[in-house]
Design a protein around this ligand. Structure first.
Ligand code: NDP
Length: 318
């Protein structure tokens, strides 16, 4: 009888990790054992702790999500920390996986590490074709090095270490901290507290015009599991909604307002910076390899996330 796969998920306590955990708890696969770990289980930037974790769980497969992540301001002022911590974490995971005979590692890049000056849509062949945006170059180069390491482990040792490139993720268990959150959880938290204060005017920072692709964490979880089970290439794969489903920040704000049944006025503070106008990524490779995948409609995903926040904000990451 073939022995069970043991799948270790690093970053298992985060936004994406929790979505994978819920999916697996519903699915209950009989031929797989899933282990979800956070930073309390091991500080993966330290080799000894990484090795002890692998010794304890003896994974055959790894989904590697753990990373030092942060908002724009934190990135800008700590590029060295983002670079070094993430390089250490990634090197410890890949080298320990290699040394202990892990059969497959799926690591996580991000569409925000692509070259700053580029043509659109962005695709998987363009990761290294120019410097990343200067605000988060430490995070970006550490992530890009995962792809370089994957290719080197394959060339030298034949390892199946691969990576995925998600667009902006949102969903339950997100980081709702006002200093370090991404746009959707930030808007959800702010509108929720405005409504609790009985205010009927909600200000969105910036013009609301920039376009973004957002993936619901529950959809991303399904795609991660599909990659683990079926994607057999070292080259990265973009996990994103379609180009036609790119939405403006104002559309996202309106959907959040609707989900809260906010009857007041949305205003845009155009004195605040907008950031890049768009970062459109192509999911053509994903569509070719997994043609039947259906994404949750944006409005439904926003509604579910808002409902989760209303029920859980007392113990959400604030
Ligand atoms: P979260 O911030 O929600 O979670 C980060 C996870 O990493 C947590 O489980 C945290 O553990 C763990 N972690 C951080 N530092 C360490 C460490 N030194 N040792 C061990 N574990 C550590 O992140 P997301 O779920 O949003 O992101 C998951 C992956 O997806 C990351 O690699 C990120 O770069 C990538 N990504 C995210 C996007 C997004 O929009 N959120 C977009 C594209 C890519 P704990 O909480 O227990 O401290």
């Amino acid at each position: 009888m073939e022995s069970k796969k043991v799948i270790l998920v690093t970053g298992g306590t985060g936004l994406v990790g929790q979505a994978i955990r819920e999916l697996i708890e519903n699915e209950k696969p009989s031929d797989e054992v899933w282990i979800f770990v956070g930073s309390k289980d091991a500080d993966l930037s330290i080799l000894d702790q990484t090795e002890s974790l692998f010794e304890k769980h003896k994974p055959t497969h790894v989904i590697h999500l753990a990373a030092m992540v942060g908002g724009l301001f934190h990135n800008m002022s700590h590029n060295l920390d983002f670079l070094r911590t993430n390089m250490h974490i990634n090197d410890n995971i890949l080298e320990t996986s290699f040394r202990t005979g892990v059969q497959k590692v799926v690591s996580c890049l991000s569409t925000c590490i692509f070259p700053d000056k580029t043509s659109y849509p962005i695709d998987e062949t363009m990761v290294h074709l120019g410097p990343p945006h200067p605000s988060n170059f430490g995070y970006s180069y550490a992530k890009r090095l995962i792809d370089i390491s994957n290719k080197a482990y394959f060339q030298q040792h034949g390892c199946l270490f691969t990576s995925v490139i998600p667009c902006n993720v949102f969903g339950p268990y997100d980081n709702f901290n006002l200093q370090s959150s991404h746009v959707i959880p930030g808007l959800i938290r702010k509108l929720h507290s405005k409504m609790e204060d009985g205010e009927n005017k909600f200000t969105v920072l910036g013009s609301g015009k920039p376009l973004r692709q957002f993936i619901y964490s529950k959809d991303l979880a399904q795609l991660f599991v599909w990659v683990l089970r079926h994607y057999e290439d070292v080259e990265p794969i973009i996990l994103s909604v379609d180009e036609k489903d790119e939405v403006s920040i104002s559309h996202a704000a309106e959907q959040i307002a609707e989900a809260f049944e906010f009857k007041g006025e949305l205003v845009y503070d155009t004195t605040m910076a907008d950031g890049q106008f768009k970062k459109t990524a192509s999911n053509a490779k994903l569509r070719r390899l997994n043609p039947n995948f259906t994404f949750t409609p944006f409005s439904v995903a926003i509604k579910e996330t808002v409902t989760w926040y209303k029920e859980n904000y007392n113990h959400a990451r604030l």
